[in-house]
Design a protein around this ligand. Structure first.
Ligand code: ADP
Length: 166
């Protein structure tokens, strides 16, 4: 079993592409383990994009995820699981650069590069299984996933006990 985190970015939400995106991913026959609408914030965006913090487009990408180009900061985060989940999801997503992406992929069909050079590529997909694990633990609490896909531990909370990632 392998997991992949897919995130529909603010442009995908505002362009009403949730339906078409799910349809494209249904070709993979992967199983959805969880799905959640999240309002992004700087801490989430910074942690999510820690691997590109030295890139010249870093600030643009943070602003993009924070919804600064689309007037709203909601994203839809989805966990897909199954054999080769990352590779299958990345094929459906298409290349990072939407102008180079296969026209039948999500980024090729719906993405664009703005005049300011922002790659508005509609979705994020984890780059490998290890990164998927890190991202899933960032965007989901254990109790927001109906199955225990990764180990948890129980800690004391205000109202009793709660599960946190190990
Ligand atoms: P991917 O999202 O395909 O895994 P990366 O992790 O390399 O690609 O990049 C993260 C995000 O940064 C991309 O999805 C895209 O929004 C943006 N990005 C990547 N490369 C560029 C670039 N050369 N110019 C502008 N934005 C870029």
């Amino acid at each position: 079993m392998e997991y992949a985190l897919v995130l529909i970015k603010p442009d995908g939400i505002i362009k009403n592409l949730i339906g078409p995106i799910f349809t494209k991913f249904s070709q993979t026959n992967l199983k959805i383990f969880a799905c959640r609408m999240v309002a992004t914030n700087f801490e989430l965006a910074r942690k999510h994009y820690q691997h590109i913090k030295d890139q010249p487009f870093y600030q643009q990408v943070i602003d993009y995820l924070l919804g600064k180009y689309h007037g709203q900061n909601k994203v839809l985060v989805i966990i897909y699981g199954g054999s080769n989940a990352v590779r299958k999801c990345r094929v459906v997503a298409g290349a990072t650069n939407p102008e180079e992406a296969d026209p039948n992929s999500i980024r090729g069909a719906f993405g664009r590069i703005t005049q300011q050079g922002v790659y508005e590529n509609i979705i994020h997909v984890s780059s490998d299984a290890k990164e998927a694990k890190r991202e899933i633990k960032l965007w989901f609490f254990p109790d927001q996933i109906e199955e225990r896909i990764f180990p948890v531990k129980t800690v004391k909370s205000q109202n009793g006990f709660k599960a946190v990632w190990k």
